[in-house]
Design a protein around this ligand. Sequence first.
Ligand SMILES: *Cc1c(COP(=O)(O)O)cnc(C)c1O
Length: 392
Amino acid sequence: MNFEEIKALDEQYVMHAYGRFPVAIDHGEGATVWDTQGKEYIDFTAGIGVTSLGHGDQGWVDAVTAQAAKLGHISNLFYAEPYAKVAQKLCVRTGMSNVMFGNSGAEANEAMIKLARKYSYDKYGKGRGTVITLHNSFHGRTITTLAATGQDKFHDFFFPFTEGFRYADANDLDSVEAVAGHDVCGVMMELVQGEGGVLPLDREFVRAVADLCAKRDWLLLIDEVQSGVGRTGSLFAFQQYGIHPDVVSFAKGIAGGLPFGGVMANEKCRNVFTPGTHGTTFGGNPVAAAAACYVLDTLDDGFLAQVQEKGAYLRSRIEAMELPCLGATRGMGLMIGVEVKGDKTNKELAAKLVESGLLILTAGPDLRLLPPLVVTKEEMDKGLEIMKAALA
Ligand SMILES: *Cc1c(COP(=O)(O)O)cnc(C)c1O
């Protein structure tokens, strides 16, 4: 099918919930993709931080196809090797002690919120169901994770929202203490606010919140749906902050392109979920779990060091271009935000870049880069050349 045919079907039969670029992507290799007309694009998006090993990685394809041929699905009423193995890998690499799998970021965060509420209920009884989250955060699209998201624009249309969330300002401990109360069971935050604009939190603030949580027996809930799985140059971003979260959620990049997500928790949360209290039909699917095992095995220390180097390279080259429409860069590893200046909006710049052959994302009012972690120097240079030519 050509682009016009695909677009016509999509327009007629698909709900218009997404503003799409006028491109149909057909296939890819590494950090390069081609559309249905054969035009090449450098991919600085990796889906939205999903295809961590790029497109068509042979080891990933082999892991997925071998598991699909062996056992494509089995319910959570039985044990299965890929499930147990990926849980072990996550715990051994992070110091966390047990996991629960689901299929997406929002679902992982729902599990994290349920875990905090039940931990508190088991220990203190009713009345401690409130979770503090931060302004400008993003935690997902379900009714509850929309409520958890600290941005007013997500609190429309779908009333009634789930109760039990209060919002504090990032990097302001007083603001967290101002919304604290006897009804709180946890604080949930992204260490690098992703959708909000790629804004890394201050180290001192994060450590102070961790101390406050420990003191009041609130669970420290870290949303690593976007920042996890090597994106920031460590397996999880919390490992660079010197904190020990109670629960960490992950999804996006974990299985290199298949739907997979979940939470990992510390020892004190081990017995919070008991048989029948939480579950999901597809969670821990063996094919997705086998893919996740392959991704985690690939992300060794040498690989993660390269993520740091590539991120630093992209940021220094973008800043050195001194384009009138772009300002400072920020972020960690290959999670990069670029300030948009001047009279063009980030959406207009992104449209121009896609048209010129570079896939890019927006975040808040700015541009966002989440390239596959395997992006090569040649691909980065090609992408930067396109950026320079298109935006000069
Ligand atoms: C994308 C994202 C989510 C939601 O993940 P879905 O898989 O879309 O449900 C939650 N939290 C953060 C930080 C995200 O970036």
